[in-house]
Design a protein around this ligand. Structure first.
Ligand code: ARG
Ligand code: GLU
Length: 776
């Protein structure tokens, strides 16, 4: 029923103003909702060429990279293009002082030199289906939140059992429009993904955190991987004998570049947006939540930064962690400023006024949705101390004090023993060996102690989160500790958790002895006490209020769609495959300043600071530039393009997404947004929301001319769409049409892929994926 209502509304609402930009659309609905608009904006493709179940289409080249980024296939040999910051954890894991791939880059000369990455996967989407009816069967408006959820869970289980899948396929079901609609995604996942090439950090991360989220940008944020498959092109665990994967489709790369106003399409896996929040929620975010978490990260980052500047080893150890923490710290600052600058609260208030006016004009609407806005108001007010406490807890205990990660492992080890005795203990212990190894490789307890004392102090003084602040103060008093520095000294002087060998020794004893030792550890004891206050006083209530809010959000979404039949609503991002489209376009960040959407290598040189930790430039690049030795990759007026801006609506997870031109060729690689527009997750505003892409020609130039890895470029398909159409410069190859590659049969007998276990710990098959530089 509901499903049908939504669909009818969708169809009615295809007459909209031509704004472009806003929206993260489902690829299988483009035909109904977006094709006309996209073609008016300049697209030459049909919706069917973008998404088709029956023949190779663009979507077959789009890959969910490790579940946290996007990547795309760019050769018939399974070559994958993604961001340097998406592959950063993998590059780092192969890096040592002797083989410093972060610093010097890495280029495999042949298949044998490509490097395996346990735990990294590449996931394709085979098809997407509307399963709303099955998922909402037996669900009624009279049900309470829990009852409703349990019916939905049952429906989902039944649907998973009853859906016929092909070999290696898995079914993933996700709610859309906050639970008003459900889609299933049939996926196929490859687990042998190898590192092929990465530029040195001076190119791949040029500008680092100073330039992160900024325009004008000059980062060559790309890396190359390759999918390997079994003998019949099927998914397979890592094996020396695996062969490069032969895709259903791969993206040709355009050498003609972009100009302001050109149509662009971004295809990928955006993580999360919250476009339909009520005003009261946005106010809480701007005034309470963001300032608290910004302040916590600010303090942690200052400590890391000071230490990283002191020596190279610390820099290698902490670079990825620093980048991850800094990333959302800076994003939240921009988000707050943007929400204020674009009057997001006024916009929300106006929308809510309009909504109320509709309700006031119809008794049925009023009785269906009249309670929502007042309820939001009271629920968010009730939530405030809990959401604040939760952010303090997560940021401080769960995130920035690193040793807490090991504490968490120990806690789960103990609970594995409680549940399954020695067998459970041994099993879990085995799974811990990888994560423990990689944790200590990059751990410095001296740094962590400073973070610990600084952040526990903030916790103890947490404004507006009284319960958790009190728990910290009580801990000090109860243990006769003077201040947070003394607390840190005491805990760090005596804990075994700071030392890998001590931890291994401990857990290798009999479970009973080990558990006794763990429970007596000062850091563990401290964490347990803080954790239990959090669990008792915060977590439960937070979850309750939050689930009421979610339920209300579902009804609000339904109400908005019903109240404004002429508006076109897109479903908030949820890490599923989406298409967004816009144009190459600059913006005005501030009064009197206009940003041009294209940058060149001249800008790299202008930012160049010899020896600097963020703005140094490799010698070879300087040389190539001095000689203007740009190969076939320069613009018509002899410049080397580097980055460009577009009005495509993207978010975290869209990193590594291809920017595709009007003809279906890759012209760029998405990696960031502009700082002024990071509030697009909550309030997209076409005036200042822009995504940032690396120009494909810069990528090719770096691979070919800088790295001398021309063999990789030979593998790709380079095209000249503009000149081809005008008939001037001839190109050897046909463009436009998706390029289906041969698809040898898949062996139906091999086993399905194993999923990551529920608690997020790696299963035996799936080892831990290291940090990536993007992260929240
Ligand atoms: N801001 C981009 C994203 O959200 C890039 C992050 C990686 N770069 C960095 N300097 N931390 O992922
Ligand atoms: N850098 C982000 C990522 O890793 C994409 C930029 C954004 O948030 O839009 O996904």
């Amino acid at each position: 029923m509901k499903n049908r209502i939504l669909l009818v509304l969708f169809l009615l609402s295809t007459t909209f103003s031509l704004r472009g930009g806003e929206g993260m659309w489902l690829p299988q609905l483009l035909k109904a909702l977006n094709e006309g608009e996209m073609q008016t904006m300049g697209m030459k493709l049909t919706a069917e060429q973008i998404y088709s179940v029956n023949q190779g289409s663009l979507k077959d080249a789009i890959v969910h990279f490790g579940g946290f980024c996007t990547s795309e296939v760019i050769s018939d040999q399974g070559l994958l293009l993604t961001n340097h910051h998406c592959g950063y954890g993998q590059i780092q894991s192969h890096t040592s002082l002797e083989k410093n791939y972060i610093k010097n880059g890495f280029w495999a000369k042949n298949l044998q030199e490509e490097l395996a990455n346990p735990g990294l996967f590449a996931r394709f989407i085979v098809r997407i289906d509307d399963v709303t009816e099955a998922m909402l069967a037996g669900v009624s408006d009279k049900m309470g939140t829990k009852e409703r959820q349990s019916q939905i869970d049952k429906n989902m289980a039944a649907l998973k059992v009853n859906t016929k899948l092909g070999a290696f396929e898995e079914l993933m079901i996700r709610p859309f429009y906050h639970g008003n609609q459900y889609f299933s995604f049939t996926t196929v996942t490859y687990n042998d993904v190898r590192l092929v090439g990465a530029p040195p950090e001076m190119i791949g991360k040029f500008g680092a955190d100073t330039d992160n989220w900024e325009w004008p940008r000059h980062t060559g944020d790309f890396a190359l991987f390759r999918i390997y498959a079994g003998p019949n092109n099927e998914p397979a665990e890592y094996n020396e004998n695996n062969k490069p994967y032969n895709p259903k489709h791969f993206l040709p790369i355009s050498l003609d570049g972009v100009e302001e106003g050109d149509f662009t399409l971004i295809f990928g896996f955006p993580g999360r947006t919250n476009q339909y929040l009520p005003g009261v929620a946005v106010k809480q975010l701007v005034e309470t939540v963001n300032p608290a978490r910004i302040a916590i990260r600010d303090a942690a980052l200052k400590i890391l930064d000071a230490e990283m500047r002191k020596d190279e080893k610390t820099k290698i150890q902490y670079a990825s962690k620093f980048a991850r923490i800094a990333n959302y710290w800076k994003k939240w600052i921009g988000e707050n400023q943007g929400l204020i600058a674009t009057n997001a609260l006024d916009k929300k208030a106006n929308l809510e006024k309009e909504f109320e006016a509709v309700l006031n004009s119809s008794l049925t609407m009023k009785s269906k949705y009249g309670d929502i806005l007042p309820k939001f108001e009271s629920l968010y007010n009730e939530l405030e101390p809990y959401v604040l406490s939760r952010n303090y807890y997560n940021e401080i205990m769960g995130r920035n004090i690193e040793a807490m990660r090991i504490v968490g492992y120990m806690r789960r080890l103990i609970s594995a023993h409680e549940k399954n005795g020695k067998t459970g203990y041994d099993k879990f212990k085995e799974r811990l060996s990888g994560p423990i190894e990689s944790f200590y490789k990059n751990y410095n307890p001296k740094i962590d102690q400073q973070v610990f004392s600084t952040l526990t102090k903030m916790y103890g003084n947490a404004d507006g989160a009284k319960e958790i602040a009190a728990s910290m103060q009580n801990y000090l008093m109860g243990n006769g500790i003077r201040d947070y520095e003394q607390l840190a000294q005491k805990v760090f002087a005596n804990s075994m958790i700071l030392d890998k060998n001590k931890v291994l020794q401990t857990i290798n004893q009999s479970p009973e002895d080990a558990i006794k030792k763990i429970k007596g550890d000062p850091l563990f004891k401290f964490a347990s006490e803080i954790n239990s206050t959090y669990q008792d006083k915060i977590a439960g209530r937070y979850t309750e209020i939050n689930s009421e809010i979610n339920d209300l959000q579902r009804r609000y979404m339904e109400g908005l769609i019903e109240a404004f039949p002429d508006k076109r609503f897109w479903p908030d991002a949820n890490s599923t495959m989406r298409v967004t489209y816009g144009k190459v376009q600059g913006y005005q960040p501030r009064d009197g300043i206009t940003y041009n959407p294209l940058t060149t290598l001249d800008g790299v040189i202008a930012k160049y600071k010899p020896g600097d930790y963020e703005f140094d430039v490799p010698k070879k690049l300087l040389q190539l530039n001095a000689l203007r030795d740009y190969g076939d990759y320069a613009t018509a007026d002899g410049k080397m393009p580097v980055c460009f801006l577009g009005s495509n609506h993207t978010t975290g997870g869209n990193s590594g997404s291809p920017a595709i031109d009007a003809n279906g060729n890759l012209v760029g690689l998405n990696f960031d947004r502009v700082w002024e527009g990071t509030m697009s997750d909550i309030n997209y505003d076409p005036s200042i929301c822009r995504n940032i892409m690396v120009d494909a020609r810069y990528i090719l130039f770096i691979i070919d001319k800088y790295a001398g890895a021309g063999h990789l470029v030979k593998e790709m398909k380079l095209v000249h769409p503009r000149t081809d159409m005008s008939g001037n410069k001839s190109s050897k190859k046909k463009l436009n049409k998706p390029v289906p590659a041969k698809q040898p049969g898949i062996n139906p007998k091999s086993k399905r892929q194993k999923a990551i276990s529920k608690d997020g710990m790696p299963t035996k098959e799936q080892k831990v994926v290291p940090y990536n530089g993007g992260g929240r």
